[in-house]
Design a binder for this molecule. Structure first.
Ligand code: TRP
Ligand code: SF4
Length: 400
């Protein structure tokens, strides 16, 4: 519905590392060529946990966007913006808060988890409890259909769907709905109208999911259908009221296969990360000094690749032939660890070179990023404004 829009956000964390690249960013780059995509800096989200230290938010956000662009996120394909510059998110958050049961928020698993994990911060705040609701507003305001996220975020997407359903249920039943829906079907033209009605009957009478999909696709193809009619027909199709807000699905992002220098998950806070813009000498040195299988004390001691973090890098960067070369050389002590690491160093440097080069252009001219964000915010505000018009109307707040 409303195209297959994709939306995702990232908290401003500053410069990104190779783990982000192999997990999130490559995924975004692929998605941007397949769907209309919106990617944003979730700066308000950062404040829900770091409200005591907001000082660096702006710089850190811009730095992160440079890495998105350097990794290949393309402002001509995707809309890139900053959450706090699209204040409509806050308005939707407020309006949704009126109808969000407290129990739903308290039950979101990250609520208690994070409070325990971040025990050094006082997170018994209204904003932190409302975090998933803010995220729901981020998603619903663009009527996004797909939300690429990691596993930990999936409950938030489910919460978002429940909220959309509740909203549509509460506010989608306008007076004269049946008649308006039927009139909208007529406007499809007699052939398509008949097909649509047949598919609808099939779905409603026998739960034929294929029929539902085909009917939805038929609506998706109608370029000129007014939004109100589209919302009505989406709802009518399933025997409900108007579908003002769209139920989004999580697109699970596979965790990056690339672990950190010590074999743990790559993370800046563990000090085991390779930054996307780190200079080649530092990167090479980091890999050269990586720990290896502790059994290889001396050059002549054989090792087991599966016990070595370097092996997990070969798993990402090496083809079968090179992996076989590692297995053999390691288990027979045919070569030392430095020799084994060299092809990894070469591959990582080759991967980072174009990224660093692209980033440099943005570092040299900060107005580039400013303009990209200004442009993205404009586009985002337009889309958000459309949804807000419908939401205000549904909630009895359209005074113009
Ligand atoms: N909560 C997400 C995270 O911490 C970031 C986020 C905020 C987000 N709003 C979103 C992700 C909307 C997807 C969609 O990673
Ligand atoms: Fe690790 Fe390679 Fe050394 Fe084996 S030879 S321990 S795989 S670095």
């Amino acid at each position: 519905m409303f195209e297959t829009r994709v939306l995702s956000g990232m908290r401003p964390t500053g410069a990104l590392h190779l783990g982000h690249y192999h997990g999130v960013l490559k995924n975004w780059v692929r998605l941007q060529s397949e769907h209309p995509c919106l990617f944003f800096v979730a700066d308000w989200h950062a404040l829900t946990t770091d409200y005591e230290a907001p000082g660096v938010l702006q710089d850190v956000g811009a730095d992160m966007v440079i890495d998105w662009l350097a990794a290949g996120v393309d402002p001509n394909q995707a809309t890139i913006f900053v959450q706090s510059l699209v204040p409509e998110h806050a308005e939707l958050h407020l309006l949704l808060s009126m109808m969000t049961p407290l129990g739903w928020l308290e039950r979101v698993p990250t609520y208690k988890d994070q409070q325990e994990k971040l025990a050094d911060k006082d997170l018994s705040t209204y904003g932190f409890l409302g975090y998933p609701l803010l995220q729901a507003a981020d998603i619903l305001i663009y009527r996004a259909r797909y939300v690429p996220v990691g596993e930990d975020q999936v409950p938030h997407i489910e919460f978002t769907r429940e909220l959309a359903r509740r909203f549509n249920h509460l506010y989608g039943r306008e007076p004269g709905f049946e008649d308006k829906a039927k009139a909208a079907v007529k406007k499809l033209g007699s052939k398509k109208a008949r097909l649509f009605n047949d598919l609808r009957t099939k779905f409603l009478e026998s739960g034929d999911a294929e029929a539902l999909k085909r009917a939805q696709a038929l609506l998706d193809e109608q370029q000129n259908m007014p939004r109100g009619d589209r919302e009505r027909l989406y709802g009518w199709l399933e025997g409900s009221g108007k579908k003002i807000l769209v139920e989004a699905e999580a697109l699970l992002t596979e965790a990056s296969k690339l672990s950190g220098l010590d074999g743990q998950k790559m993370s800046k806070s563990y000090g085991n990360a390779i930054g996307l813009r780190e200079d080649p000498e530092t990167v090479a040195k980091k890999i050269r000094t990586m720990p290896t299988d502790p059994a290889r004390v001396k050059r002549g001691d054989p090792g087991t690749p599966q016990k070595c973090p370097v092996w997990s890098m070969h798993a990402v960067y090496s083809d079968e032939a090179r992996k076989a070369w590692v297995e053999k050389g390691c288990t027979t002590a045919a070569f030392g660890c430095l020799e084994c690491k060299q092809p990894v160093i070469d591959s990582v440097l080759a991967e980072l070179a174009p990224i660093r080069e692209r980033a440099q252009a943005y570092l040299d001219d900060p107005t580039l990023v400013k303009n990209i964000l200004a442009d993205g915010c404009d586009k985002a505000r337009k889309l958000a404004g459309e949804t807000m018009r419908d939401v205000r109307e549904a909630m009895g707040l359209s005074y113009t």
